[in-house]
Design a protein around this ligand. Structure first.
Ligand code: ZN
Ligand code: ZN
Length: 67
């Protein structure tokens, strides 16, 4: 009965084999490990926060603390 919380994220990037981003913006999980890690700076993360992304799609850093 108890489902593992692993696939609780509904972001469509998890179902794509060629996701355009390396990390999921909703859970921060890796969706495409073949993409190169990008060096992020604060400005880039600020833009992501404005787009209401909980996680950075490039480095997987948590941007918004979900309570
Ligand atoms: Zn996800
Ligand atoms: Zn980042």
């Amino acid at each position: 009965m108890a489902r593992p919380p692993l696939n609780s994220c509904e972001n469509m990037n998890h179902r794509r084999r060629d996701a355009p981003v390396s990390h999921c913006p909703q859970c921060g999980g890796v969706v495409n490990a073949t993409l190169r890690q990008t060096q992020c700076d604060g400005a880039k993360h600020a833009v992501a926060v404005r787009q209401h992304r909980a996680f950075c799609v490039d480095c997987g850093t948590q941007l918004i603390n979900s309570r």
